[in-house]
Ligand binder design. Structure first.
Ligand SMILES: Nc1nc2c(ncn2[C@@H]2O[C@H](COP(=O)(O)OP(=O)(O)OP(=O)(O)O)[C@@H](O)[C@H]2O)c(=O)[nH]1
Ligand SMILES: [Mg+2]
Length: 345
C-alpha cells in the first residue's frame, strides 16, 4: 500500500505526584516532612532514520504514550522519571500539528531529533515546602500532565525510481517482479489507483521503486487520474518510462512516448528534466520492429538509455534492476552504455 500521510497521537508521560509524608522515628516525637517529589513524565521524541522509507509502521501503530513519572514516596524518595520514547521516521518526513495545521519540523537528514511532546514535571513533595516557620507542611503538588498532540506526518520522499507510462504498460507487473510488492494487475487501464511502493534488492543494497498510476493525454488538465500522483515523485532520482511495444496493445508506441514526455513537461518542467530510462515492455509478444526502432530512436535522440523487457519470461529484468540501482547510486552517471537487450532476445 502507498502511504505518504499518517495521523498519529503522541502523549508524553504525566509527572508523578509529590508525596505527603512525615518522618516517624522511635524517640523522635515530631519528625519533619519527608514526602519526596514525583518523577518527570517521559518525553516523546521523533528521530529520523535511514532504515525507514515509508510511514507504514505508524499505520498499524498510531498511538504513542510515554511512561509517566513515578509518584514521590516517603523518606524523601523522589519518583523515577518516565522513560523517553523515540519514534523513528524516514528522512523527508514533515511533521504538522494535525489540529492547527502548523508545520512543526522537517526532517532533512538522518539522525535529527525533534522533541515533540514534553513530559509533565513531577509535583513537589511536602518536604519542599518546609520553612523555619512552617515546619509541618501538608502542601504537596500533583504532577503536571504530559503534552498531548495529534500529529500529521507527511512523507514526500517516496521512491528512488518511479515507473511512469500509459495505463496497461506493465508498471504494476514490473514492480511485482522486481520487489515483494503485490499490486493489483489487470488487463484494463487504470488498474492502479494509488501508487505502490516496493523495495528492490541488489546484492546487499536496496532502492525503493514506485509504481505510479498510468498517465494519459491531457493528464496535466486532470484527465484520467491526472497528475495527482506526480507530486509524490518530486524527490525521485530516476524515472523509468515504460512503453508497451507489443502489437497486441493496438497502440503506436512512439506516439505514446511523446505524449508522456509532453504531459510531464506541462505538469512540471523540473520533473521532466529528471534522469530517465526508457523501458520497452512485453517483448514476449509480437511486435513490429519498425515501431520498436522508432521508440529506440526517440530515446537515443534524447540521450536516454533504452531497455527491453518481458515481465512474463523475465528477459531483461536483471539488467534493468542493475541499471536502476547504478543510476540511483550514481555509479555511472549518465553513461548510455548500460546493457541493452536487443528486442526479441
Ligand atoms: N505478455 C505480457 N503481458 C504483460 C507484461 N507485463 C504486463 N503484462 C500484462 O499487461 C496488463 C497490464 O499490466 P499492469 O501491470 O496492470 O499495467 P499497469 O501499467 O500497471 O497499468 P495501470 O495500473 O492501469 O496504469 C496485465 O494483463 C499484465 O498481465 C509482459 O511483459 N508481457
Ligand atoms: Mg498498474
Amino acid at each position: 500500500m502507498f502511504i505518504d500521510e499518517v495521523i498519529i497521537t503522541v502523549k508524553a508521560g504525566d509527572g508523578g505526584n509529590g508525596c505527603l509524608a512525615f518522618r516517624r522515628e522511635k524517640f523522635v516525637p515530631r519528625g519533619g516532612p519527608s514526602g519526596g517529589d514525583g518523577g518527570c513524565g517521559g518525553d516523546v521524541v521523533l528521530v529520523s532514520s535511514e532504515h525507514y522509507n515509508t510511514l507504514l509502521h505508524f499505520r498499524f501503530n498510531p498511538e504513542h504514550t510515554a511512561e509517566r513519572g513515578r509518584h514521590g514516596e516517603g523518606s524523601n524518595r523522589t519518583g523515577r522519571n518516565g522513560a523517553v520514547i523515540e519514534l523513528p521516521v524516514p528522512v523527508g518526513t514533515i511533521v504538522f500539528n494535525a489540529d492547527s495545521g502548523e508545520q512543526l519540523f522537517d526532517f532533512t537528514a538522518p539522525g535529527q531529533r525533534f522533541m515533540v511532546a514534553h513530559g509533565g514535571r513531577g509535583g513537589r513533595g511536602n518536604a519542599r515546602f518546609a520553612t523555619a516557620t512552617h515546619q509541618a507542611p501538608t502542601e504537596h503538588e500533583e504532577g503536571k500532565p504530559g503534552e498531548f498532540f495529534r500529529l500529521r506526518l507527511e512523507l514526500k520522499l517516496l521512491a528512488d525510481v518511479a515507473l511512469i507510462g500509459f495505463p496497461n504498460a506493465g508498471k504494476s507487473t514490473l514492480i511485482s517482479r522486481l520487489s515483494a510488492a503485490k499490486p493489483k494487475i489487470a488487463d484494463y487501464p487504470f488498474t492502479t489507483l494509488e501508487p505502490n511502493l516496493g523495495v528492490v534488492q541488489v546484492g546487499d543494497g536496496t532502492f525503493v521503486l514506485a509504481d505510479i498510476p498510468g498517465l494519459i493525454e491531457g493528464a496535466h488538465e486532470g484527465h484520467g487520474l491526472g497528475t495527482t500522483f506526480l507530486r509524490h515523485i518530486e524527490r525521485t532520482r530516476l524515472l523509468a518510462h515504460l512503453v508497451d511495444i507489443s502489437d497486441a496493445s493496438g497502440r503506436d508506441p512512439a506516439h505514446d512516448f511523446d505524449v508522456i514526455l509532453d504531459e510531464l513537461n506541462r505538469f512540471d518542467k523540473e520533473l521532466a528534466k529528471k534522469p530517465m530510462i526508457v523501458v520497452a515492455t512485453k517483448i514476449d509478444l509480437g511486435q513490429d520492429p519498425a515501431r520498436v526502432e522508432a521508440v529506440k530512436a526517440k530515446a537515443q535522440e534524447r540521450g536516454l538509455p533504452f531497455f527491453a523487457i518481458s515481465n512474463v519470461t523475465g528477459a531483461g529484468l536483471e539488467e534493468l534492476r542493475l541499471a536502476m540501482w547504478n543510476r540511483v547510486h550514481e555509479k555511472h552517471p549518465g553513461t548510455p552504455q548500460d546493457v541493452t537487450i536487443s528486442v526479441g532476445s
